[in-house]
Design a protein around this ligand. Structure first.
Ligand code: SF4
Length: 337
């Protein structure tokens, strides 16, 4: 399929449903060629909702008056134990940029997880850090790092973030992570204030050039109490088209069907899989902290036990012809035989 700049623009805006169906079919074909009809699970553990940053869109930004928490190492290990006992072989430890999460503390947590679950991948998503810090985390055994770039347009970045945050530093972090041998994930919100077709084309060009191992995109959802609380939510339809386009320009990428899609549409995650996604990230965090990690409003965070959630997701995936292997779900450069 033609992925020239003008055709991408056409695909993002086309009104013809048959064109969109063809786009999704091509994305599925390419995904199946590389990964087969498999959806990989990552167990998400939300380790802290403290954050020293003030991103304008975020429900746990520094200025929010909300109840803050941090999980202890033992709580984090408990979440992983629960996940391992189900089918998880990949854990994502996510949190705000929390100064309490020093290299020493994070490395200790990572080493403990790796010691107890040596066959599992550990991903961190703890925001920006310096090169030396990333190097220590890598040394401690971290396999992957997720850091959404948020937008590849510096002017748009400045609209979404306070002055003290730097577009250049964020991009530098992604380069540092790549240099240190992490599997790197970037990503952005769809429909964030100030986003245009032109900024989206820059995001896609960045992904095409950087070739990240993962890309996380989901619709923007406004969070009460933030400067963007009255902005409209992003479009599920546009997110699905972007997922398909990303799959086509980078067929080997690991592409999550994000929680934000499931929040805006009851079958949003299934639709994402049908548009070429191949990862889901159920929440393994303790029941009593899930509601506190409210980065946007009404976040899909069923009170269900992890076992119930996994059974529900497996049934949903089977219904659309996908299987969920017990697998770390590493980035793959080969094609399935
Ligand atoms: S988006 Fe991340 S870095 Fe920004 S305020 Fe929220 S948790 Fe902090």
């Amino acid at each position: 399929m033609n992925m020239s700049s003008s055709n991408i623009e056409y695909l993002l805006t086309a009104g013809d449903p048959s064109e969109v169906d063809a786009l999704f079919a091509e994305a599925r074909r390419l995904r199946d060629e590389v990964y087969g009809r498999r959806v990989f699970l990552r167990g998400l553990v939300e380790v802290s909702n403290h954050c020293l940053n003030n991103c304008l869109y975020c429900g746990i930004r520094r200025d929010m008056r909300c109840q803050r928490y941090r999980l202890t190492k033992e709580q984090i290990l408990d979440c992983c134990r629960t996940g391992y006992g189900l089918v998880f072989r990949s854990f994502v430890l996510q949190g705000g940029e929390d100064a309490w999460m020093t290299d020493e503390r994070v490395c200790d947590i990572v080493r403990s997880v790796k010691r107890e679950f040596p066959d599992c991948a550990v991903t961190l998503s703890l925001g920006e850090r310096g090169y030396e810090s990333f190097a220590r985390l890598r040394e401690a055994g971290v396999d992957r790092y997720l850091l959404r770039h948020e937008t590849a347009d510096a002017g748009h970045y400045a609209l979404l973030h306070p002055q003290e945050m730097s577009f250049d530093h964020r991009m530098q972090c992604l380069l540092d992570l790549r240099r240190l041998g992490f599997q790197v994930g970037c990503g952005f919100m769809v429909g964030s204030p100030g986003q245009t077709v032109e900024t989206l084309k820059k995001d896609l060009a960045f992904i095409d050039e950087f070739r990240p191992e993962m890309v996380g995109i989901g619709p923007f959802i406004p969070a009460a109490g933030t400067p963007f609380e009255n902005e409209p939510a992003g479009s599920v339809e546009l997110t699905l088209r972007l997922l398909a386009i990303i799959r086509i320009i980078h067929p080997h990428v690991l592409l999550p069907a994000t929680t934000a899609l499931g929040t805006l549409h009851p079958t949003g995650r299934e639709r994402a899989i049908r548009a070429g996604a191949n990862v889901v990230m159920p929440n393994l965090s303790p029941q009593d902290t899930r509601a506190l990690y409210s980065i946007y409003d009404n976040k899909l965070s069923t009170g269900s036990e992890a076992a119930e959630t996994v059974a529900d997701i497996r049934a949903r995936m089977q219904a659309i012809g996908m299987e969920m292997p017990v697998d770390r779900g590493d980035f793959c450069l080969k094609q399935t035989p």
